[in-house]
Design a protein around this ligand. Sequence first.
Ligand SMILES: Nc1ncnc2c1ncn2[C@@H]1O[C@H](COP(=O)(O)OP(=O)(O)O)[C@@H](O)[C@H]1O
Ligand SMILES: Nc1ccn([C@@H]2O[C@H](COP(=O)(O)O)[C@@H](O)[C@H]2O)c(=O)n1
Ligand SMILES: [Mg+2]
Length: 474
Amino acid sequence: MPEGATTMDYVMEAASGAHFSGLRLDGLLSSPSSPRSTSSSATLAENNFPKQPFVIGVSGGTASGKTTVCDRIIQQLHDHRVVLVNQDSFYRGLTPEESARVHEYNFDHPDAFDTEQLLECICKLKAGQSVQVPIYDFKTHRRCSDSFRQVNASDVIILEGILVFHDPCVRNLMNMKIFVDTDADVRLARRIRRDTVDRGRDVNSVLEQYAKFVKPAFDDFVLPSKKYADVIIPRGGDNHVAIDLIVQHIRTKLGQHDLCKIYPNVYVIQSTFQIRGMHTLIRDREITKHDFVFYSDRLIRLVVEHGLGHLPFTEKQVITPTGSVYTGVDFCKKLCGVSIIRSGESMENALRACCKGIKIGKILIHRDGDNGKQLIYEKLPKDISERHVLLLDPVLGTGNSASQAIELLIQKGVQESHIIFLNLISAPEGIHCVCQRFPSLKIVTSEIDVALNEEFRVIPGMGEFGDRYFGTDD
Ligand SMILES: Nc1ncnc2c1ncn2[C@@H]1O[C@H](COP(=O)(O)OP(=O)(O)O)[C@@H](O)[C@H]1O
Ligand SMILES: Nc1ccn([C@@H]2O[C@H](COP(=O)(O)O)[C@@H](O)[C@H]2O)c(=O)n1
Ligand SMILES: [Mg+2]
């Protein structure tokens, strides 16, 4: 510890830096397997826990403003962790025979693109590898034979093009899909100007191509893919509000753990130096029991408060002492806690302090050899099926105990979406296990750790929480 610094100053100083507990797994990336067989979850299973870039697809009719919207998003983000890939780059170059009859060539049909190559490119980027993207010339209808554009692996990949939602394999690689929706007349006017000015075409050929190929393909392929969009932006690049919202969303994603991008129901409470400091203290094996309990309690309280924020509410109006109306919300009444004995009991006081008179049930899962878990005790409120349940256990490790407890709650009639699992630290393995099995349940945690070791202990972790909290570790 530096001279003159107090213990707490030192801890806070040491806590600065990475947002999560050593989670940049950049070194653990492995190469993708066959792109056609790759869905987001398949990639995950094959590569264990690869870094997961956030992939945004931007589609829309020709000249709708896709490229403009992407450029604005990238400008506003002002972040080097974003790269743009254009589907246009993957146009197949025309053969001499095709070039001779270019007016009969349909550039708006899915077959005009080398989708396999596009897929491979996005898979590589997703797997953390850089790629060489072809350079396409709209005047010669060919690819540059000797030069490529190098695109480096990045945290956000934006893929734009008229047909990026058409192929299901390409579509499945996307975490967010945006459709730029611009009036057909406006698009045609822009297309005429762009193709005559930038692409060396004459007006007649533009109109002919539009009527023969562009419009029919829009109706057959582009418009039907609009239904896959998560966000529809009317008016393209002029829609500053939509672009601001998207930029905001991407910023949030950039700050999130990769697992939160995969599982939208996993919430990690916003990290602050106070929270990092508390983690630093409770993870320190030299800490006194008193301090361990004190800082664990502080953290637990934060997790509980955050978890309560995910409960449904009803609007409520009250009259303030000034005689004015304040429109607020009323807490969810049908609520209970369930602690997984023994560690989960450490979280009960925080829950009681936040929810006056709350009922708290218990589940004991006894470890039965190495092969699994065995439930040996449960005491739950009789009307639990009507309640939202806050399930308490400070450490999510393999996810076996949690899954068994959740299974029991569901058997008792609790709706999966009514369960919020609160913990202090979660291992990625536990998150995968619980979220894949119970996709509509929510997990609220304060940090996601690196992994489990061979003994199924969370690393870096904090040891046997129950023993440390209840003083049975000597
Ligand atoms: N909001 C806008 N107002 C005027 N012109 C625009 C606007 N958005 C795009 N353009 C122009 O229209 C043409 C097509 O836009 P672009 O972003 O390239 O569309 P897309 O990538 O969907 O084909 C370009 O020449 C561009 O400069
Ligand atoms: N050699 C080519 C290749 C493509 N096109 C047209 O480009 C359009 C797609 O690009 P946007 O930026 O408009 O999305 C598509 O509609 C093709 O007709 C072309 O004219 N010549
Ligand atoms: Mg474009």
